[in-house]
Write a protein of this length. Structure first.
Length: 435
């Protein structure tokens, strides 16, 4: 041990691009240090996240994130599409929370157009219903994959079993399981199809039992608690210093939820509780996500009670994308009645339809920041318009990107075996980080 202290040895396993880290390790008067890459790989580092760890034995002395492996250029691509076409891009950012990506973007566009109060009530209720079902499906993935990454396959079975039921509902309503492009500026793409509400009601009956199965497997499990309690500790001061939001922040006891603090989509009229915990660790974040799924079920039930017949798109043909589409004989959603109305009954309707499809609508010059409470925290969109038919700039404040700053604070000083548990409690989705 004495020789190690006099001549510290540094072993580099990969990470050749981190010369500065190695140089600092060489100069440190300490014992043997190992600089290693953890990831990018599935499971454990969420596929395309690279962690660069400096180790002293099994203790993590330094942890850094390497991102950018999933870079898509979505934000730049938005500058070359109309405002409505932008929905099909933003939905692919955080691919586990597509409806939140779409909603925050559309709320921003509607704010710039000054039509926020003109959105039909039915469209707003549908948005809330889909977002809350999406919150459940996202949390199920977080818990299921978190268990798998710690060596437990049981949570994967229960989590993905329930998630499949939710994705089936999404497919019925939007035609797709993910990346829907369903929520549009002015409302939603089309009304709920026949049978959709029945499927949602069945979910409200089956999901509580499925969630209890997951709880029975994990909440009191000695191994699960040993691997998560006291792991990934981050207190309130740390969260505030790093800008961390969502379940991580609420695990410090602070009940900050944008649905209550900055209501949107009429959330102030719904009855639900903000779930908190004061453990500041991975186990507390797990409990919060479980509690939030039950609160989302409450919200979905209230949405079903509030759904009334009515339009789902703003009544302005110059802005509102056609929302009365039905599945036609071609199987592509162009019903004969709709084609007849557009092509034969209204010349003005034909003109507006043609302009919307080819050129899009103009948005007054200005900028706006809107934010929603996604499953991972504050998801914000900064939209800038120069008065044209395409965004001048769109930038997302994605909580996965911000929350990843907490990796060092959660992991340094702990065991290498606990890095994965801490990372899983952050629940980062790299599509939102590398947008």
């Amino acid at each position: 041990m004495g020789s190690h202290m006099r001549n510290p040895a540094v072993v580099d396993v990969g990470g050749q691009d981190w010369d500065e880290v190695l140089a600092n390790a060489h100069n440190a008067q300490a014992g043997e240090r190992l600089v290693v890459n953890m990831g990018p790989q599935h499971p454990s580092t969420h596929g395309v996240l690279r962690l660069i760890l400096e180790l002293d034995g099994e203790i993590v002395t330094q942890a850094r994130c390497g991102i950018g492996y999933l870079h898509t250029g979505i934000e730049k691509s938005l500058e070359y599409r109309t405002w409505t076409q932008g929905v099909t891009f933003v939905t692919r950012m955080d691919y586990l929370s597509p409806f939140f990506n779409e909603t925050v973007y559309c709320l921003g566009v509607e704010n710039l157009l000054d039509i926020t109060d003109d959105i039909p009530e039915r469209a707003t209720v549908i948005r809330v219903m889909l977002m809350e079902l999406n919150r459940i499906s996202s949390h199920l993935v977080a818990i299921a994959t978190g268990g798998m990454e710690l060596g437990a396959m049981g949570p994967m079975f229960y989590g993905f079993r329930e998630r499949e039921q939710i994705l089936a509902v999404f497919e019925t309503i939007t035609g797709l399981r993910m990346n829907h492009g369903y929520i549009r500026p002015g409302g939603v793409a089309m009304d709920l199809p026949d049978g959709a509400l029945g499927q949602v009601r069945e979910l409200l009956t089956s999901l509580p039992k499925g969630l209890r199965d997951l709880e029975d497997l994990l909440t009191a499990n000695r191994i699960w608690k040993a691997r998560t309690q006291g792991i990934g500790y981050l207190d309130l001061n740390g969260c505030l210093a790093l800008g961390v939001t969502g379940p991580i922040l609420r695990s410090t006891g602070l009940a900050l939820d944008l649905r209550k603090a900055q209501p949107y989509c009429s959330y102030e009229t719904f009855d639900f509780d903000v779930v908190t915990d004061d453990r500041c660790d991975s186990y507390g974040r797990y409990l919060i996500r479980v509690g939030e799924m039950y609160q989302s079920l409450r919200l979905v039930e209230q949405c079903l009670d509030r759904l009334r017949p009515g339009p789902v798109m703003i009544d302005d043909k110059k802005l509102g994308w056609p929302a009365d589409l039905e599945l036609g004989p071609d199987g592509l959603g162009t019903s004969e009645a709709h084609v007849t109305q557009i092509m034969g009954d209204s010349m003005e309707g034909l003109i507006h339809h043609f302009k919307l499809v080819t050129e899009g609508f103009r948005v007054p010059a200005g900028q706006v920041y809107t934010a929603v409470e996604s499953p991972r925290g504050e998801l914000g969109a900064h939209l800038v318009s120069d008065g044209g038919t395409r965004p001048y700039r769109v930038h997302y404040r994605d909580p996965s990107f911000t929350n990843l700053q907490a990796v060092a604070a959660m992991c340094e000083g702990g065991m290498i075996a606990d890095v994965i548990a801490a990372l899983a409690s952050i629940d980062p989705v790299m599509g939102g980080v590398d947008r």
